[in-house]
Design a protein around this ligand. Structure first.
Ligand code: SHN
Ligand code: NAI
Length: 259
């Protein structure tokens, strides 16, 4: 690998400035993967909700006596597997475990679990000990496929909660629905233009659809609209909502005249 020749501190206006000291925000795919949660209090309840929203397979290790009603409810609904006792090192023996989240009120147990996870190279979050976290949770707003996470990188979790709620209030109410429709259009576009070589054209066309249709129009986009729009992909055209609907009305009228 070649090394940069300019000093790292060199700033130019040409490229984005580097702001060290952040964390890498990702959308981790845990669908159908086994995640171990240790603890059954309110923090564990929040972790379990986040995991179930991400379609993970969840095992909770904690004595029944320590369950808050929300966690007891998840167990009663068979949404999570419950191991009714305190954590044991053998709980980590299952090679399918993709991640461990601890939320216990026992710092000694927390640190022990952290060390065992590190030995096994399992990514771990220890709710009460930030230095023993491979990753932090954030404050999350969810609207269908839209997910917004606010992180203060360990500095002020309550502020993350406040900022998240402010952002949620500013969002259009239909943005989640609009994204569902866009997802459907992208799927159909892939069928119309499946070749890798068409990638740049697909991306440029899709970006133009998103920019030229309003959220309301996107929410309203039905299957006939999608097929209509895709009919112009080949020639690289993006019809606006009104243009497309006008065309469809014209076709209906033309057919009526023919008949
Ligand atoms: C580092 C991190 C590790 C991690 O948990 O992944 C962590 C650590 C700690 N939190 C503590 C306390 C509180 N945490 C909350 C709330 C949330 N905490 C969350 C995340 C994170 N908390 C990670 C950093 C995220 C970031 O910086 O952005 C949120 C965003 C997500 C979630 O947990 O799901 C969720 C809001 C979710 C929502 O509302 O949407 C509240 C407020 C409340 O409960 O209402 C309080 C009390 C008020 C306060 O202290 O601010 C303490 C004890 C401190 C002590 O003993 O004094 C520690 C340990 C420490 O800091 O040493
Ligand atoms: N990261 C965050 O967002 C926050 C973290 N915290 C911290 O997270 C931790 C958990 O908080 P809460 O859920 O409110 O605590 P809690 O006291 O309500 O629940 C603790 C749970 O851990 C279980 N437990 C204790 N030792 C165990 C062991 N060895 N094995 C299995 N289960 C065990 C108990 O049975 C109980 O279910 C606390 O240390 C708290 O300081 C608190 C607030 C927010």
């Amino acid at each position: 690998m070649s090394r940069p020749t300019a000093p790292a501190s060199t700033e130019t206006e040409e490229f984005p400035a580097i702001q060290p000291g952040g964390s890498l925000l990702l959308a981790w795919q845990v669908r159908n993967r086994r995640v171990l949660v240790v603890g059954g209090g309110n923090v564990a309840a929040g972790r379990i909700l986040a995991l179930l929203n991400a379609d993970a397979l969840v095992t909770v290790v904690t004595p029944t006596a320590g369950l808050v009603p929300e966690v007891a409810h998840r167990i009663a609904c068979n949404l999570v597997t419950h191991v009714d006792r305190n954590f044991l090192p053998t709980d980590l023996d299952d090679p399918a475990i993709a991640m461990v989240l601890t939320a216990v009120d026992d710092p000694v147990a927390s640190s022990e679990i952290y060390t065992l996870c590190k030995q096994r190279r399992i990514p771990v979050n220890v709710a009460d000990v930030p230095p023993e976290c491979d990753f932090y949770f954030g404050s999350i707003h969810r609207d269908g496929p839209l997910q917004i996470m606010v992180s203060t990188n360990g500095n002020g979790p309550k502020i993350a909660n406040i900022v998240r709620r402010q952002i949620a209030e500013m969002l259009p109410t239909n943005v989640g629905d609009a994204i569902v429709r866009v997802g459907e259009l992208r799927k159909r576009l892939r069928k119309v233009a499946p070749e890798p070589a068409q990638g740049p054209k697909r991306m440029e066309w899709m970006s133009r659809v998103c920019e030229s249709w309003s959220l309301e129009e996107l929410c309203d986009m039905d299957e006939a609209d999608m097929d209509g729009l895709l009919g112009f992909f080949e020639e690289g055209r993006v019809l606006g909502y009104k243009e497309l609907r006008g065309l469809q009305e014209g076709e209906v009228k033309a057919k009526a005249v023919e008949a």
